[in-house]
Design a binder for this molecule. Structure first.
Ligand code: FES
Ligand code: FES
Length: 160
């Protein structure tokens, strides 16, 4: 059944009329052309499709667009401020924590959510916070380094 869904996406009010049972992931990619959110497994197992819904990290392959009605969604396209990358994005680049990049938008958004709740994480907390995010390029060590670096940058900015 067709529904009209209204939600905020990266700070802009959007409305989409479509079948209510379509995945939020597909609507973001196909209807709103926000292709930074990736389709990996489609079953909640890989983390490639992670976005924030009302600030909570959410696998968009598991959410129907109807369930996103009235919510506030942030995708990877909404993280930078103009030309200034988010500290987590910058840290991934500086640490060389991406190869093909397919897992990266989900990893970065997971790290942003982790650092919001745990600003000074141990490596074990980083590993556990990124649990369930698969990198087929096996870049995990550098990903942990990037999250650690982002945490340091963000703490320094707060205290600077
Ligand atoms: S595509 Fe959603 S978790 Fe893999
Ligand atoms: S960088 Fe290729 S899947 Fe993670």
């Amino acid at each position: 059944m067709s529904v009209t869904v209204r939600f905020s996406v990266n700070g802009t009010e959007r409305s989409v009329t479509t079948a209510g049972d379509r995945r939020l992931l597909d609507v973001l990619r196909e209807d709103l052309q926000l292709t930074g959110t990736k389709y990996g497994c489609g079953e909640g197992q890989c983390g490639a499709c992670l976005v924030h819904v009302d600030g909570e990290p959410t696998r968009s392959c598991l959410v129907s667009v109807a369930d996103a009605d009235g919510r506030s969604i942030t995708t990877i396209e909404g993280l930078a401020r103009g030309d200034t990358l988010h500290a987590v994005q910058a840290a991934f680049i500086d640490e060389g924590a991406l190869q093909c990049g397919y897992c990266t938008s989900g990893m970065v958004l997971a790290a942003v959510a982790l650092l919001r709740k745990t600003p000074d994480p141990t490596d074990a907390q980083i590993v556990s916070g990124m649990d369930g995010h698969l990198c087929r390029c096996n870049g995990y060590v550098k990903i942990v380094s990037a999250v650690r670096r982002a945490a340091e940058t963000m703490r320094a900015a707060r205290h600077g």
